[in-house]
Design a protein. Sequence first.
Length: 338
Amino acid sequence: RSMNTEAINHDPAITFMQTGSQQPGRPSLGSWLSYGLGSEAEDLPAFVVMISHGSGNDANQGLLDRLWGSGFLPSSHQGVKFRSGTEPVLYLSDPPGMRRSLRRGMLDQISKLNALEFQREQDPEITSRIDQYEMAFKMQMSVPDLTDISDEPESVLEMYGPDVKKPGSYAANCLMARRMVERGVRFVQLYHRGWDNHGSLPSNIPKQCRDIDQPQAALVKDLKQRGLLNETMVIWGGEFGRTVYSQGSLQDDYGRDHHGRCFSMWMAGGGFRPGAVIGQTDDYGYNITEDPIHIHDFHATILHCLGIDHEKLTYRYQGRGFRLTDVHGKLIPELLSL
């Protein structure tokens, strides 16, 4: 209950939460984890992103691809966006009439040409291109199996709620996240739009809660019953909070403004202390009075739970070493189970 940030507007705030900097261009958290830990899945990306459109206000608020980009890290570490519908990943399917053996032969020849180009140019992006071609070839087989939920028991589908069979819904994405975790995807990020409630809060917030409450509870329960929760971190939150005072003059149309001084997030699973409430604010919910946790501190703690010292996960770029927490960040022991 004591998260805080300096950012006051959406774009810099969500950029800060995703990359550790308000300025665009830094690698996202998922990219850092792909770079630092690699992937456990041989036929799926290490980092996957899915987006659902909420029922609340501003459901179409923009989300830019750079939020899951790799920044100055090799592009093989960027997030892969999965879409709803019959083609979850663009340009993955072969044209009609192309045999898999023909595709394999074509990729082999392209790989040889790229290898020659790398010998000449020594550009690491060429090797990233080779890796991405190979991953796409493997995903042609793995993605259809991943996205086919016909093997899920009806009891599991009911747990996620009535929207679970609706492609692109938050419920469907939560179920898909669990299926990805089972298959070794390192980092899955779900975005759910529609929380920018500067107005019509009494009508919009209940809609958003109907979208997310049951599926996110089901995700935690599903991971636990499959023995995955103790090794999987589930993190839920936004880029900042909302003011305790209302905006608007009409009783049925009030909302709340941006507030970065204090806001809440919840976590479950691997490394986090269960049942704990960390942080406290004043009587007005305006300022933090106990255990402030900055975004850099939160990032440092996430990395620690994954076995990474945030001060040692660095990448040399433009003459200096960069890291997710920049020159900041401290571990928050109150969040940890041990």
